[in-house]
Write a protein that binds this ligand. Structure first.
Ligand SMILES: Cc1ncc(COP(=O)(O)OP(=O)(O)O)c(N)n1
Ligand SMILES: Cc1ncsc1CCOP(=O)(O)O
Ligand SMILES: [Mg+2]
Length: 217
């Protein structure tokens, strides 16, 4: 049996990547995710992080519910930071940053699951690949209000530099991306965009996702 159905399809799945936890949304996260899927998101990351976020059994339980929604619709379900939870839930993958532990160790822990790694420059991109990343989250593209400890804005130029260095890995831009600025990220060489607030804070979630998807063509 193929235990990792999304591995060969990752570039296409990265087209519109929703990153969300319970503190990002006023509505119930399950309903927000369902609406975002109707609007066309192609990948989901459970990022239960920040002041007021769920822990322990409550975090597990929400993760399980969101994973179920993803499974029904063929959307890869990725867990942010928490390798233990990803293994417990049998998630499709894990996303880690530069401060989340040695990439090669986490690769060994998760086996063939998808491994996403954050990169802020060409050197980090190169090292992440050498150590087993399947895709990169590159940013911040623009100013973000969803990550208080974000690094300084890199802009779409960093994606262009990664591509010019011959690094053809699947990658998304992340940070402050909305429908109005997403095309610059795509033109720089991204396979897709990752967003929190452009979808979770939208008045009509389904429509916001639809508009973002249209920009990623
Ligand atoms: C797709 C994607 N790209 C980048 C990040 C940021 O990860 P990290 O730098 O580890 O920061 P936190 O999200 O853990 O605060 C991401 N989560 N997803
Ligand atoms: C998780 C993360 N990593 C870099 S910026 C960011 C937050 C992106 O959120 P938003 O799309 O609301 O700017
Ligand atoms: Mg992290």
């Amino acid at each position: 049996m193929n235990k990792q159905p999304y591995k060969s399809d990752i570039r296409r799945k990265l087209r519109l990547y929703l990153v969300m936890g319970s503190i990002n949304t006023a509505g119930h996260p399950v309903e927000v995710l369902q609406a975002a899927i109707r609007g066309g998101i192609t990948m989901f990351q459970f990022r239960e992080k920040g002041s007021g976020s769920l822990e322990g059994q409550a975090k597990y339980s929400l993760g399980k519910q969101l994973q179920q929604v993803c499974r029904e619709r063929g959307i890869p379900f990725i867990v942010n930071d928490d390798v233990e939870l990803a293994l417990e839930l049998e998630a499709d993958g894990v996303h880690i940053g530069q401060e989340d532990g040695p990439i090669s160790v986490i690769r060994r822990q998760i086996g063939i699951k998808l491994l996403g790694v954050s990169a802020h420059n060409v050197e980090e991109a190169r090292l992440a690949l050498e150590q087993g990343a399947d895709y990169l989250g590159v940013g911040p593209m623009y100013v973000t209000r969803s990550k208080p400890d974000a690094r300084e804005v890199q802009g779409p130029q960093v994606i262009q530099r990664i591509r010019e260095a011959g690094i053809a890995v699947p990658l998304v831009g992340i940070g402050g991306i909305f429908a109005a600025n997403a095309s610059s990220v795509m033109q720089a060489g991204a396979d897709g965009i990752a967003v929190v607030s452009a979808i979770t804070q939208a008045a009509v979630v389904e429509e916001a996702a639809r508009q973002l998807l249209a920009v990623t063509i």
